[in-house]
Ligand binder design. Structure first.
Ligand code: CU
Length: 146
């Protein structure tokens, strides 16, 4: 009798801990997922393809070539095989237009662009895949420092 009560109690406690654990983990998970999603894996919404984007150096250097690597997950790469890829740089808080760079295909699913930002501050790289006359874009924010 006593044993079963203790067992029940510990079960209850366990459940409670699991709940609390889940709740806080969920919260942290959401925050970090949103951050990562924004920073490193912008979504090609039309095809639900998360792109992996890496900038080198990061933050980018002003008025210099910076390497932007775009990787399409292997299971999606074939869909974009014939796409033309370009990167358009803008500053969201400014009004001076865009600078467009072509991205070269290194191999299936791997593209690289040498981008040259021309001002310090916050930039947005709009990565565009043109496929069969249709353009699909994903946005990658980044910062430029001296
Ligand atoms: Cu500017």
């Amino acid at each position: 009798m006593r044993k079963s009560v203790a067992l029940r109690l510990s079960c209850l406690l366990l459940a409670l801990f699991a709940l609390i654990g889940c709740a806080s983990q969920d919260h942290a998970g959401h925050a970090s997922t949103a951050g990562t999603q924004q920073a490193n894996t912008p979504m090609l919404e039309e095809l639900s393809i998360p792109l992996q984007v890496a900038l080198d150096p990061s933050p980018a250097k002003n008025v210099q070539e910076n390497t932007l690597r775009i990787t399409v997950p292997a299971e999606h790469a074939a869909k974009l095989e014939t796409a033309t890829v370009s990167v358009s740089l803008t500053m969201p808080n400014m009004d001076h237009g865009a600078i467009v760079f072509a991205a070269a295909k290194e191999k299936e699913g791997a593209y690289v662009a040498q981008i040259v930002p021309t001002m310090l501050g916050d930039w947005l790289a709009t990565i565009t895949f043109e496929l069969d006359g249709k353009a699909m874009s994903a946005a990658y924010p980044f910062r430029v420092e001296p």
